[in-house]
Design a protein around this ligand. Structure first.
Ligand SMILES: [Zn+2]
Length: 224
């Protein structure tokens, strides 16, 4: 049974540390197998980011609201927080960052990946389209991953952000998910549950704006 705390990144008891990241214990073997398959064709499949706690996502959220982290529009252009109303800030953040409690990274089943063999060891992976699209440094890895997923030889991993609805989450080619394990979580996640979690988060900036627009936010950015 998955608890609400596990669902929203407040309970890390099902996680195992692998290569400086935390993964759900049920995906560790499949992740290793996918890495081994990648290695056989000269890719070094590695995780940039796997599990992320609620607390961590809340810090990111609050820093974006406060203007301490860059806030970008849909085209990646810098926005000035001081010029935006609260609702606009919330929706600008959601274009690129998950709502605390609403991230697939809270589950330990989802991993942002790159090819460690394609770049120098001090390379700063940014997780941007330029890295993963045609001509990008990690494009060959992702072409290979597409092929493995198509042939159902990706050890249970897939891309959950394909066919993204207009105005929702940006496509993220770097993001893989372990489908069977993640489905246990996604089935449990609904608007009422998450609303009730956030209602108690007194330290969350613009929480009231989020709650006032919650059905729209949930439909566009979480239940896609
Ligand atoms: Zn991701």
């Amino acid at each position: 049974m998955i608890s609400i705390d596990q669902l929203v990144g407040k309970d890390d008891s099902a996680l195992i540390a692998v290569d400086k990241q935390f993964l759900h214990r049920d995906i560790v073997d499949d992740w290793s197998a996918l890495q081994a398959a990648a290695s056989s064709v000269e890719f070094d499949l590695a995780a940039v980011s796997a599990y992320r706690s609620f607390e961590r996502q809340l810090v990111i959220w609050n820093e974006k609201v406060e203007g301490q982290r860059p806030l970008l529009d849909a085209n990646g252009e810098l926005l000035d927080v001081a010029q935006l109303d609260d609702r606009s800030i919330v929706f600008a953040i959601l274009r690129w960052s998950a709502l605390p409690g609403g991230s697939r990274h809270h589950w330990g089943t989802d991993i942002d990946v790159y090819d460690r063999a394609a770049v120098p060891s001090d390379f700063n992976v940014q997780l941007i389209d330029d890295e993963v699209e045609r001509g990008g440094v990690f494009a060959p890895l992702h072409d290979w991953l597409d092929d493995q997923i198509d042939k159902q030889q990706a050890n249970g991993f897939y891309r959950p952000y394909q066919g993204v609805i207009d105005g929702g989450v940006a496509p993220e080619r770097w993001h893989l998910s372990h489908q069977v394990t993640a489905e246990h979580f996604s089935r449990l996640l609904n608007a009422e549950t998450l609303y009730n979690v956030l209602k108690k988060e007194k330290d969350m900036r613009l929480r009231d704006t989020v709650l006032e627009n919650f059905d729209e936010i949930f439909a566009r950015y979480i239940a896609y």
